[in-house]
Design a protein around this ligand. Structure first.
Ligand SMILES: [Zn+2]
Length: 353
């Protein structure tokens, strides 16, 4: 009987060795510990047979059992060290940061091409000594038209051209209606009303016209208006200022051409063309073969404008100009449809980032 039990212990030991060596995880190893050495494990179960042995045989089985338990324990400890080391290595491997892997690219925003153009225009005028003023987009008729020498009968004041904030079928022309400003010129009036000359500023901002929207017209667009008011201001200073701006914006090779024109708020008035930068003035489709593109309007401030703000036109003189950043941006970037500037199509806008 004792020999049989000892043989069984040897088998248990051999099985334990095999199973432990093929254990794949610490959890599995813990299960094997319970299976072989636990309180109800295989060794313990076999030891319960001891009560059937004689007094001489008992110690022999006891000794053998101790050896087997020791052996299994040693194998378990060895395997545990091995599995623990593997687990640690895997953890280190999985935590490792590979600095050579490409990073996740952050998408950068960009400044809208129109804002870029306005900022470039402003920067140059600031360098020429102009300050920047802003005004209201919702204005009254007096500041938008009357103070700027635009008579009540002028077609610009028609509902076909101007957005009246409270529109009624019959607008009372004697009333000072509220409108969306049709140009940035009311800023001139408000600044002059609150200051004394000399004044030298630009007024960039949005303006609104009741236009039918197409490739070259929109119901909202921008203007950059400029005003210089002082004693003895001359038309030569206006030309010099605009030429200095054009050289800074387009480069030293461009020239300006002043064509006589009419605006109610300036006298004399001029429409101003710049050398076509596409063809260098030789003539192309952009400039309709003329070599020139119109970019702004300008003139000497009309005496009636000075009177409306309480300045003495006998003493005070000045020049004013206004340009359209949309047109300047479209010419610069060869954009053929003004609507692209407002539709926020990222495929279009990304080209300017
Ligand atoms: Zn051209």
């Amino acid at each position: 009987m004792i020999d049989n039990l000892i043989n069984q212990l040897d088998r248990i030991c051999k099985n334990a060795e095999e199973e432990i060596s093929s254990a794949a995880s610490l959890v599995q190893l813990s299960e094997l510990h319970t299976k072989f050495l636990g309180r109800k494990g295989l060794v313990a179960q076999l030891m319960s047979e001891m009560r059937n042995l004689s007094q001489e045989e008992k110690p022999k089985l006891g000794q053998k059992a101790n050896i087997v338990k020791n052996d299994i324990s040693k194998i378990l400890v060895k395997k545990e060290d091995e599995l623990q080391a593997n687990e640690d290595a895997e953890k280190i491997q999985s935590d490792k940061i590979d600095v050579s892997l490409p990073g996740t690219q952050q998408k950068a925003g960009g400044i809208h091409p129109l804002t870029q153009t306005i900022n470039e225009i402003i920067d140059i005028f600031v360098q020429l000594g102009f300050t920047v003023e802003e005004g209201k987009e919702i204005e009254d008729e007096w500041h938008t038209f009357d103070a700027l020498n635009i008579p009540k009968s002028h077609p610009a004041r028609d509902v076909q051209d101007t957005f009246f904030v409270k529109s009624s079928p019959e607008i009372d022309v004697s009333e000072n209606q509220t409108v969306l400003r049709t140009h940035t010129s009311p800023v001139q009036i408000r600044v002059m009303q609150n200051s004394v000359p000399p004044l030298k500023f630009i007024a960039p901002g949005r303006v609104y016209r009741n236009e039918t929207i197409d490739a070259s017209h929109y119901s909202m667009f921008h203007q950059v208006e400029g005003l210089y008011v002082n004693e003895n201001v001359t038309f030569a200073e206006l030309k010099g200022t605009l030429l200095a701006w054009a050289h800074a914006y387009y480069g030293p090779d461009v020239d300006l051409r002043f064509r006589p024109s009419y605006f109610p708020f300036t006298e004399p008035s001029a429409e101003v063309d710049v050398t076509c930068t596409m063809c260098g003035g030789k003539g192309c489709s952009v400039c309709k073969q003329t070599g020139w593109v119109e970019i702004l309007g300008a003139g000497m401030v009309h005496p009636n404008v000075f009177k409306s703000v309480g300045y003495d036109p006998e003493k005070i003189t000045g020049f004013a100009f206004g340009m359209g950043p949309e047109r300047i941006a479209m010419l610069k970037h060869r954009i053929n449809d003004i609507r692209l500037l407002y539709e926020n199509d990222t495929r279009f806008l990304k080209q300017f980032v």
